[in-house]
Ligand binder design. Structure first.
Ligand code: KPL
Length: 310
């Protein structure tokens, strides 16, 4: 099976490293030719959870050359970078499968506009990864990679079944699901709590649990978001709150993707995360004042250059 990982960020490199390490044919498509050249020359350095390091050789190419041929494309780019990929995805043969691994919401609607449902699959990842450089990635937290169609009722696709089997064979804790939507909502909730708070306070994920006041803030944000989820057909249970706390604990050494973006002064995914909750709240007449303030603060932080690295 030919696999292309689109995106050379922490999560893309984490899966590329594990697939390549097990002998799987995998190509990483990067935004910059500098990164793809470095990956081709130096290989990809991967540090396992237990600290063991290895360097795997890997194929890489820059997006300027388009997408190479593959059976499965794992889209590991940010929600904000997806629109520019659409023209290339639209040209893929009908036999190709796409597995979209975005945080937040909006990607499903975008992909549905250009590709038939049977080609689009979605993934939700709760594993922690940290990119140390363009060619170095560290596995920082154990979790699960769920893969499946957005809604249930779609016939299971043999290629996607094989893809999940290949991942499992590479040591990834991957699981095939009938529908990703409920998990996407739960991940959205986790990201809406963890990401903006860690970005605002400039702390790793685990630090949120160490202070009773940040934990209280998370709880209040959770209750606000749960009301929005509920009117969208996603009833949250106490175990869902516990799961968010677990994600925070399992990724305690992680710098959230939003914190990393804020430090580098890159556009964050806050509009697809807290912004989405605010929008869906407004549409249903549910107030989300805390998420709205976080949205504005994070936008301000990047717009005004507050919190810039160095
Ligand atoms: O998805 C994440 C992110 O940083 O975007 C979490 C789960 C919060 C891990 O850092």
């Amino acid at each position: 099976m030919q696999i292309v990982v689109v995106g050379g960020g922490s999560v893309g490199l984490l899966y590329a490293a594990r697939l390549a390490r097990s002998g799987q044919a995998v190509t990483v498509v990067t935004r910059s030719s500098l990164q793809s050249n470095q990956l081709m020359q130096n290989g990809l350095s991967y540090q396992r959870l237990d600290g063991e390091k290895s360097v795997v050789s890997i194929f890489a190419q820059s997006i300027e050359y388009g997408l190479p041929h593959a059976d499965v494309y794992l889209l590991s780019v940010k929600q904000t970078d997806l629109p520019e990929l659409l023209p290339m995805l639209q040209k893929l043969p009908a036999s190709a499968r796409i597995v979209a691994l975005q945080n937040g919401m909006g990607h499903q609607e975008l992909l549905a506009q250009i590709l038939p449902e049977r080609q689009c699959f979605f993934a939700i990842n709760t594993e922690g990864a940290r990119r140390l450089s363009a060619t170095e990635v560290m596995h920082t937290g154990s979790g699960l990679l769920r893969i499946g169609p957005w809604e249930s009722g779609i016939e299971m696709d043999p290629l996607i079944q094989s893809f999940v089997a290949v991942l499992v064979g590479s040591g990834v804790n991957a699981r095939l699901e009938e529908s990703i939507k409920p998990y996407a909502w739960r991940k959205l909730m986790a990201n809406a709590l963890i990401n903006p708070l860690t970005a605002l306070f400039d702390i790793p994920n685990g630090a949120l649990l160490e202070n009773p006041q940040t934990l209280q803030l998370m709880r209040e944000l959770y209750l606000e978001a749960s009301a929005v989820a509920s009117v969208n057909g996603q009833e949250m249970k106490e175990s869902d709150w516990q799961e968010i706390v677990n994600i925070c604990r399992n990724t305690s050494r992680n710098l959230s993707s939003m914190l990393q973006d804020v430090r580098r002064q890159k556009r964050t995914e806050v509009e697809a995360i807290n912004g989405y909750l605010v929008k869906r709240g407004k549409a249903a007449g549910i107030p989300t004042p805390m998420h709205e303030v976080l949205l504005r603060l994070i936008l301000l932080k990047t717009d005004m250059g507050i919190g810039k690295e160095g």
